[in-house]
Ligand binder design. Sequence first.
Ligand code: ZN
Length: 256
Amino acid sequence: MQEKTFPYTFNSFDTTKGRVLIMPHGPDPVFYGVRGENVDSLVNATKILQSDEKLDGYMIFKSNQGTGDHLKNELNSETMKPYASGTLTGIVSNTPKVVKGGHVFFTIISKNHEFWCAVYKETGISTLASNLIIGDEVHVGGGVRKASKNFPRIINLEFIEIKNLKKNLLKSNPTCKKCNKKMKSKGQNQGFQCIRCGKKNSKKIIIEIPRKLKKQLYIPKITAHRHLTRPLQRTGIINKTSKFDTTLSWFHVYRN
Ligand SMILES: [Zn+2]
């Protein structure tokens, strides 16, 4: 069904884990719920899905799922309150820490304020967050968690958009051009020497380490999407139907 109706329906099935994402977790009068862009594609999806359960009918809801609606506010030193949510743009100001369990924590500075950010392992974007370095410019969003024993108020990130990547420069011992070997340090402030041919060099060289990140938007994998998470293929999409079109089949009772 997903293959036949994407992108007009979305987040129905996790192809990487083979998991169905349209069914409620508990006992529920709703047998399944499909997310989609319009009435026709949803009705079409229900015709593709087959179930042994005898269903009574369907009802289509116009909702803000998949819109990122909860991330419209700007987070700043005043709006950064527990349970608030929103977005902000800033500069990474410490080296991301990976803690036990694979969760990643780092800080960003925005308008002279430091904000803690958390990226949980389950989102599937924690590894990329761990590759951020001091000086990277990012636009991030999520919900604010209240302060705990170990952390002040912290933003649980639901997306990371990389605006600018700092060059990752590292000082390294010089290389002997003749032998193509790293020179050895002769001790503090005593320069470097090739152990093979004896050639000397006084200064370290600066090498640029390629970044593993791209200037792009990173969002969690679909199993970690919240109802309001805006999927990648919905970037910039606004469905403008302001009134209900009564000619469409919003509601239907099956006659069995
Ligand atoms: Zn040499």
